[in-house]
Design a protein around this ligand. Structure first.
Ligand SMILES: [Zn+2]
Length: 170
């Protein structure tokens, strides 16, 4: 069976409206959310943690790069995993689903007959790192994504901690 992925020109910014992070104070699952109706990367953001009540507003114009932390406050992303020796991250569940459909696909299509070469080359799908595109890594990467999907809402550490490194339970 072949699975097809069609590049709908998503960019990383399409996933910025809601970002799942780890609360820097209590380590619980928390959210950085766009507080306006306008889906724009520079719209004001609010961080809120329902576990400890911490909240913070973002109204600046400087954005950080997405690595393993969110671009607004620099808090650690919730959906993080080690996969094939690399860091796999997703901003939210929608982004996880996007990654899943890309990695799972055996056929990947880019939009054709379009003049907007700039946008085409800037889409998320066109910038996938080689290790995630590699067919030999497909199963491992998919497993990591599945694991993250299943672990939504539970402690991030449970995802990242390997059995050997787990602290002894008392
Ligand atoms: Zn908290």
């Amino acid at each position: 069976m072949t699975t097809e992925f069609i590049d709908k020109k998503e960019t990383i910014y399409d996933f910025y409206d809601r970002i799942d992070v780890e609360c820097p104070d209590c380590g619980a699952h928390a959210i950085v959310r766009n507080t306006t109706d306008k889906s724009w990367m520079f719209s004001p953001r609010r961080f809120s943690c329902t576990s400890c009540g911490k909240h913070k507003e973002w109204k600046e114009s400087g954005l950080g790069a997405v690595t393993d932390s969110d671009p607004y406050f620099g808090y650690k992303l919730w959906f993080l995993a080690n996969s094939c020796g690399h860091t796999l991250f997703a901003l939210n569940e929608k982004h996880l689903d996007f990654l899943h459909s890309y990695v799972e696909a055996t056929h990947r299509k880019r939009p054709r007959k379009e003049n907007d070469e700039m946008i085409r080359n800037g889409t998320l799908a066109s910038r996938f790192p080689a290790w995630m595109k590699s067919a030999k890594n497909r199963d491992d990467v998919l497993r990591s994504i599945e694991k993250l999907k299943q672990n939504k809402g539970s402690a991030n550490k449970a995802v990242l901690t390997t059995p050997e490194a787990a602290p002894p339970t008392s």
